[in-house]
Design a protein around this ligand. Structure first.
Ligand code: 5AD
Ligand code: SF4
Length: 455
């Protein structure tokens, strides 16, 4: 059916959810709904949820909780919980949110339209948490709708079956399934034709792409994407250390569009904890792979994820993690306090770590990492970086030369994924320009375009 009205989509969580929300938006468009940024104008509200940590889950309940009142005033409003929390909770979602109309699990997106029809024709509630073999091919094709967007996500696989003991993903996103290389290439070609310059290939375990299907491997996929005209940069996330093959190292080294940056979550530097987490590698094998990677790609930027306070993590285990950070000197990291997820086995592990102890460890770790991040950034002062221009930024940096006072402050990213600000009255979004770095800050760099410097 075709309706008319406005749709508001609120996305919580990872990059994959951003991609999924785009798909939900396209489905709503095809049913006649126009996107709005004003929640009060909406006729249908979708919260695309994340259940990776307790906080993300609570954010979904608190956002949707606001609609108890709103729905009383506007009974025709359709309220949808989509994604991981929907998949996990199913019928239970109504206990806290009795006025929800649709609970749309992670693999139910292709049936979203028919559920809207059901609600519109008087059905009280719909819950759909059924599995699907591959969700993306049944959904509308992503084309670049927003002309200013030069960087887009493309999900290339769904699900995960590594079963890390702290993680809900295998339970809420299902088993690992990869899209065909043809579909991926076709989607990226379309994006390139509409002006996209950078793509980030997404998956929970992106470097195990195609292993089950046996068609082509992840490095082979990178070769194919590298051949697409118009695309200038390729990123990918998230990689698992156990699948970091020499072929992938070679692809990063040899393919001109693949960025010299790898996000490789280590989670812990302690073998005892890594074993309990079921990560499938030891501290030594992780270090060995990084060593080998640096042999192939000496200047590669590295980032990682760390969990502190996993059940039974002692001070000694935590110190092993700090030592690992000192040994590798990551460019940046994401650190999280362990959060109990009832469907993941670690929730039933003994010796849970006290919440204040987790906070202390988290702060301590972040403090140590800050030094390395700053050091890495400072090391770039005086260097010239290729920056893909993403937009203008509001705040003019200290030291902004009065000669450039009339110019805009632009912002972009280096190949190593660092945010770079610079003055320019010529750069356009989507340009790749050379910036000489003058100043380093904890979370960004500041410099001048080469042409400006020589004037
Ligand atoms: N508690 C804390 N952090 C978690 N992550 C995944 N599950 C949990 C959990 N239960 C973190 C991991 C992962 C990142 C996406 O989220 O570090 O790499
Ligand atoms: Fe979760 Fe581990 Fe799979 Fe990552 S690899 S999604 S942490 S189970």
């Amino acid at each position: 059916m075709k309706y008319s009205g406005y749709a508001y989509i609120y996305t919580i969580g990872c990059q994959m959810n951003v991609y999924d929300s785009e798909k939900l938006g396209l489905i709503l468009n095809s049913y006649g709904f126009e996107r709005t940024d004003d929640v009060h104008k909406a006729d249908i509200v979708v919260c695309n949820t994340c259940s990776i940590r307790h906080k993300a889950e609570e954010k979904a309940f608190s956002f949707l909780g606001r609609f108890a009142k709103i729905k009383k005033k506007k009974p025709g409003l359709i309220v949808v919980m989509a994604g991981c929390v929907a998949q996990q909770e199913g019928e239970r979602a109504f206990v806290r949110l009795p006025y929800l109309d649709i609970v749309l699990g992670t693999q139910a997106f292709s049936r979203f339209g028919q559920h809207i029809d059901a609600i519109k024709s008087g059905q009280r509630r719909v819950v759909d948490t059924r599995d699907a073999p591959m969700i993306y091919e049944a959904l509308p094709e992503t084309a670049c709708m927003d002309e200013n967007k030069i960087s887009r996500f493309v999900t290339i696989m769904q699900g995960c079956e590594n079963f890390c003991t702290y993680c809900v993903v295998p339970y809420v996103r299902g088993r690992e399934r990869s899209r065909t290389p043809e579909k991926i290439v076709q989607e990226i070609r379309l994006l390139a034709e509409s002006g996209v310059k950078e793509v980030t290939l997404l998956g929970q375990n992106v470097n195990s792409y195609g292993q089950k299907e046996g068609e082509i491997s992840f490095p082979e996929l990178l070769f194919r994407v590298n051949d697409i005209n118009g695309i200038q940069r390729i990123r990918f996330a998230t990689s698992h250390p156990k699948d970091l093959s020499v072929d992938l190292m070679v692809a990063i080294r040899d393919l001109d569009k693949v960025c010299n940056h790898l996000h490789l979550p280590v989670q812990s530097g302690s073998n005892h904890i890594l074993r309990k987490m079921n990560r499938g590698y030891t501290r030594e094998t992780y270090l060995d792979r990084i060593f080998n990677l640096k042999k192939h790609c000496p200047d590669i930027a590295l980032s990682t994820d760390i969990i502190v306070g996993f059940p039974s993590e002692t001070r000694e285990d935590f110190n092993d993690t700090l030592d690992l950070l000192r040994e590798i000197e990551f460019d940046s990291l994401y650190a999280f306090a362990y959060s109990d997820r009832s469907s993941a086995p670690a929730a039933r592990f003994p010796h849970q770590v006290d919440e204040t102890e987790k906070r202390d460890r988290l702060n301590h770790l972040l403090e140590i990492q800050e030094r390395y991040t700053e050091q890495k950034n400072t090391g770039l002062v005086g260097k010239t970086l290729d920056v893909l221009v993403e937009g203008t930024s509001e705040k003019k940096r200290e030291g902004f030369d009065p000669v450039q006072e009339h110019m805009e402050q632009m912002t972009g990213r280096s190949e190593s994924n660092k945010v770079v600000h610079f003055p320019s009255d010529q750069a356009n979004i989507g340009d790749m320009i050379k910036i000489r770095i003058k100043n380093a800050y904890p979370h960004s760099l500041w410099g001048y375009p080469l042409e400006l410097e020589t004037k």
